[in-house]
Design a protein around this ligand. Structure first.
Ligand code: AMP
Length: 542
């Protein structure tokens, strides 16, 4: 091999905050903390305080590879911890506080967390689990004063970093060093730990900043409506530093009113979040007659975004919706901006593509296979399991020996995403279902997601969940569970009539049942495993 003659510089997360602190020092980082106070900071200050965090961690005896956890909302202190922990070479383990307590204890033990940064809001949770996680030597409360707490070895963040040096140098790590650890909330089995290296974070952040990614650049003002405990906030805390963008961190209040106020006050140009957030924002804007003139684009993903969201946001508010697909195992897995040929597309063609879940973002290769591992046609209608590979796709899970999570063939090793999708000739994917949630009737597949999306158009329906239950003749048939809006009457025929135009006739649910509530997982997804268990003995109507 004739080796290239470039410099040997490692791709490290610390280079992102150093870049932002040096070149975009006065660019705003604005945060609302858990007390509701607004804190105005900038990239220079975030960098300096991240160094303090790092120095305080060293004093605690934390070193390369040790896991340091956070249970926190999106604010400036959490951002400083992001960089302080990774900069040192220790591993940032972001914990989703919406998981069940038992699950949190399980993942903290599995991760062997040494120090935990916890928001005052989550003190009751920390107090309740502290005795179950003996590996934790210190709880650092993300505030400047400590309220009465029974938490052992607790200290306030501001006291803890006070007096620590800002002039430390980040160590030159190997770029393959682990930087972050985030557990998937899987509805089956134990959670699985996805460990991203420094190299992987820097590469995926670069991809996120590209034009067909989120086109993040220094002229943007970004509102991060994705929790930083969910898939590293979709890499946006890193992308904002890499590009020197203004960053607004909303804290615990993710209500439409609070988010719209920040979009207006901080002249937000780009934001990202799950469909529920945007649906509630659209409703709030409609109810109040408000507007968001500065907002140019949003990225939406995490679950399927309905087409009506794109129509309303773009037609009524001039906001382009970039619909993306991704997962903890790779962060952003598809690009939804389709800047290519966009001017040649009419409104309908554009919207049809937007309603799909994007296409390959450079760096993540996508492929569809059938049950035998054979490639499925890219015809926009044949479903298959979605496989992914790339330099920032998880190649294995943390301390888990399971050879079913990946598929190996003559094409190499691919992550089995567990999503069933279709792909068209241009590479646009549509997520049909989670493989375990797809309803298998008479050997054919019914998409539970499509049934649900069609059902929620029925008057008086607040939410719907479709699950496959055993059926003597067909193997499985769909049962639709619905939650009614307050005061609405249950009308089975009306619900079925609403679904009919959108799906094949044999997809129509065999039964519809009204329930008080539909259970959700810690990441807000419908918990279909629980529903299947609950309705296991269901008797189909004759
Ligand atoms: P998580 O790892 O918690 O982010 O969950 C990842 C899963 O969310 C994926 O495997 C999909 O099942 C689902 N998901 C993400 N983006 C989309 C999307 N645009 N449309 C449908 N499902 C999605």
């Amino acid at each position: 091999m004739l080796r290239g003659l470039n410099m040997d510089r490692q791709l490290l997360v610390s280079s992102l905050i150093e870049y932002a602190g040096r070149n975009h020092s006065s660019t705003d980082v604005i945060a609302t903390d858990s007390s509701g106070a607004v804190h105005r900071s900038n990239w220079s200050e975030i960098r300096l305080r991240a160094h303090r965090v790092s120095s305080a961690l060293v004093q605690e005896g934390i070193s390369e590879g040790d896991r340091v956890a956070t249970i926190a909302w999106n604010d400036h202190r959490h951002l400083e911890v992001y960089y302080g922990v990774t900069g040192l070479g220790s591993v940032l383990h972001t914990i989703n506080p919406r998981l069940r307590e038992q699950q949190i204890v399980w993942i903290m033990k599995h991760a062997n967390d040494q120090i935990v940064f916890v928001d005052p809001d989550f003190l009751p949770l920390a107090e309740s689990i502290a005795s179950d996680v003996p590996s934790v030597r210190k709880w650092v409360v993300l505030s400047d004063e400590l309220t009465d707490s029974s938490l052992p070895n607790a200290v306030t963040y501001e006291d803890w970093i006070d007096g620590h040096s800002v002039a430390t140098e980040w160590p030159i790590l190997d770029e393959w060093c682990a930087a972050t650890l985030c557990y998937t909330s899987g509805t089956t089995g134990d959670p699985k730990g996805v460990m991203q290296s420094h190299r992987s974070i820097v590469l995926q952040t670069w991809a996120t900043c590209t034009g067909d990614g989120h086109d993040v650049n220094s002229s943007q003002s970004i509102l991060l409506a994705v929790p930083m405990f969910h898939v590293n906030g979709w890499a946006i805390p890193f992308a904002a530093a890499m590009s020197g963008a203004k960053l607004v961190l909303p804290g615990p209040d993710l209500s439409a009113e609070a988010l719209v106020r920040q979009i207006q006050d901080e002249r937000i140009t780009f934001s990202a979040g799950v469909p529920t957030i945007w649906l509630s924002i659209v409703q709030y804007l409609k109810d109040t007659g408000g507007d968001v003139p500065s907002l140019q684009r949003i990225a939406v993903g995490g679950s399927a975004a309905p087409r009506s969201l794109m129509d309303t946001l773009e037609d009524d508010y001039g906001v382009f919706v970039s619909h993306i697909w991704g997962m903890t195992e790779m962060t952003q897995g598809s690009a939804g901006r389709f800047t290519h040929r966009v001017t040649e597309l009419d409104r309908e063609q554009k919207r049809r593509r937007q309603a799909m879940a994007g296409r390959e973002l450079y760096g993540v290769e996508l492929r569809l296979v059938d049950g035998d591992g054979e490639d499925v046609a890219r015809d926009g209608s044949s479903p298959g399991e979605l496989l992914a590979r790339g330099p920032w796709v998880a190649g294995a899970y943390f301390e888990l020996d399971d050879d079913t999570t990946h598929m190996t063939d003559e094409n190499g090793v691919w992550l089995r995403t567990g999503d069933v999708a279709t792909m068209d000739a241009e590479g646009y994917i549509s997520i049909v279902d989670r493989a375990k949630d797809v309803i298998k009737s008479g050997g054919e597949w019914i998409s539970s997601i499509e049934l649900e999306n069609a059902a929620v158009g029925a008057p008086g329906l607040a939410e719907a969940a479709a699950v496959g239950l055993p059926h003597d003749r067909w193997g499985e048939r769909p049962l639709l569970l619905v939650v009614l809006e307050p005061g609405a009457e249950f009308n089975r025929d009306e619900i079925l009539e609403t679904i009919k135009p959108h799906v094949a006739s044999w997809w129509l649910p065999d039964a519809v049942v009204a329930v008080e509530e539909i259970p959700h997982t810690g990441t807000g997804k419908i918990n279909k495993k629980l529903l299947r268990e609950e309705f296991a003995g269901f008797e189909w109507p004759q």
